[in-house]
Design a protein around this ligand. Structure first.
Ligand code: CDP
Length: 224
């Protein structure tokens, strides 16, 4: 079974996807981490981000590996033997990733890898276009939302846990900017699949949201 979890920036997809995967005993794929890792690689190669050809060339020779902690299901992101798990969450990568993910040739390559990953069987996959483009046949589709202010607050708290202080208003502005690029791009824009369950996460705890999502997953399992 494929469980697709989509939604805008910082809507809690990773946390929820990991929790749901753990409960279901499924594997988990963070497709945003793939676009972020590619952005990191393009930065390290000093690519001109306005040149789609240069970006696509980077993607051609790009290989990413995930190393899973069996207990938490947290993943380390490895590119060229380097652990870049922290680096891909930097504000620099966040501010450029939507430019990279707009490029159709790049999407085509990464979507191919995402589909290959799901051949393993039961998986939870999170991103922007999972229920619409990558796995339109997914048995369960979830679309997570929250107001930009709430999402900025959550992202600020994530950074604080890592000892980094970032202004919430600036974060909110960047989040809204990224959502705009992601939702208006030509290739696989961020949009709720018609048959996705809309889960508004405002004023809900992580446990509450996970429970709501699990309810849809268990219902699907029962009806099969
Ligand atoms: O964690 P956060 O919500 O900030 O973002 P992410 O899931 O790590 O995704 C980072 C960026 O990758 C998004 O803003 C999109 O530009 C791109 N992305 C995408 O285009 N398609 C996906 N399936 C996943 C991410």
């Amino acid at each position: 079974m494929i469980i697709a979890i989509d939604g805008p920036a910082a809507s809690g997809k990773s946390t929820i996807a990991r929790l749901v995967a753990k409960k279901m005993g499924y594997d988990y794929l963070d497709t945003g981490a793939m676009y972020r890792a590619l952005t990191w690689k393009a930065l390290s190669e000093k690519v001109d981000f306005s040149d789609e050809k240069q970006l696509a060339n980077i993607a051609k020779k790009f290989k990413i590996f995930f190393e899973t902690d069996p207990k938490t299901l947290k993943k380390k992101v490895i590119v060229e033997d380097k652990d870049i798990t922290k680096e891909i969450r930097s504000t620099k990568v966040s501010s450029l990733v939507s430019i990279v993910s707009k490029v159709p040739a790049i999407r085509q390559m990464l979507v191919g890898e995402q589909r290959a990953f799901a051949k393993k069987g039961n998986v939870v996959v999170e991103g922007r276009d999972i229920g619409t483009v990558v796995f339109p046949q997914a048995e369960v589709k979830i679309f997570l939302t929250a107001t930009p202010a709430e999402r900025a607050k959550r992202r600020q708290q994530e950074f604080l846990k890592k000892g980094i202080k970032i202004d919430k208003t600036a974060l909110e502005r960047k989040i809204v900017e990224r959502d705009h690029i992601d939702s208006t791009r030509q290739s696989s824009p961020l949009v709720k699949a018609q048959d996705a369950h809309l889960v508004n996460t405002d004023n809900k705890t992580v446990r509450e949201v996970a429970r709501e999502v699990l309810k849809y997953c268990l219902k699907e399992l029962k009806e099969r």
